[in-house]
Design a protein around this ligand. Structure first.
Ligand SMILES: [Fe+2]
Ligand SMILES: [Fe+2]
Length: 218
């Protein structure tokens, strides 16, 4: 499928080009992964409060613990690779769906999001040669595959038609794909700006060096 191919390409650009050229970008991604996992834990916790079935609530709470653990694993990896400790961003979170009548959309969002996370982490693991990152991804992936199955089960119990499922899935996938490419575009334009600035500063630095040496007498 075209969207799978685009996602594989986007991840390859991220790992080989963006992370390869900039350690800061790699750290930014780890920070973002950690924040996304923490956010999904929050969304699940919020949803657990809005479902009536105790078994479903227990499943959601179990997943909250696993997503919180994933956030912690990415945070630890960030701290191992950085001179400074990761300080989690504090912001007011917004639930994906506030209305209890719309909770069926939440389960479809989970299914799409979990499937996308499993695919993305698999692509990163395939493209990366960093043993520590790959070990973290392998451990997270073992859980994410279970989350996809959990979401599928929750959807099979929903009182919705196949058409509703298909149309909501398509809507969420398109929105997420667009947001992901916007992030990739921002990363690449930042890298391009840094490259242009370096290209400008380098000759200026070379030209300025003899003047500076003259002034300091060295
Ligand atoms: Fe996760
Ligand atoms: Fe997950």
């Amino acid at each position: 499928m075209l969207s799978d191919w685009l996602e594989a390409l986007r991840v390859k650009i991220l790992v080989k080009l963006t992370w390869g050229l900039s350690r800061e970008r790699y750290l930014d991604s780890l920070r973002l992964f950690s924040a996304t996992e923490a956010d999904s834990a929050w969304q699940l916790l919020y949803a657990a409060d809005r479902v009536d079935d105790p078994e479903q609530r227990a499943d959601l709470l179990g997943q909250v613990l696993e997503e919180t653990h994933h956030a912690e694993l990415f945070k630890r990896l960030y701290n191992e690779n950085s001179d400074r400790q990761l300080v989690p961003a504090r912001y007011e979170r917004e639930a994906l769906y506030w209305d209890k009548a719309e909770m069926w959309k939440f389960f479809i969002y989970c299914y799409v999001g979990e499937e996308a996370a499993a695919t993305r982490f698999t692509h990163i693991k395939n493209a990366s040669t960093d043993a520590r990152l790959n070990a973290v991804l392998a451990s997270i992936l073992a859980d994410e595959v279970g989350h996809v199955h959990g979401a599928e089960e929750a959807i099979s119990d929903l009182p919705i038609s196949k058409e509703q499922f298909k149309s909501e899935t398509r809507k969420i996938r398109l929105k997420r794909l667009w947001e992901a490419w916007l992030r990739t575009g921002r990363n690449l334009s930042d890298l391009a700006s840094s490259a242009i600035l370096s290209a400008l500063y380098y000759p200026v630095g070379l030209a300025g060096a003899p003047i500076a040496r003259g002034k300091t007498g060295s």
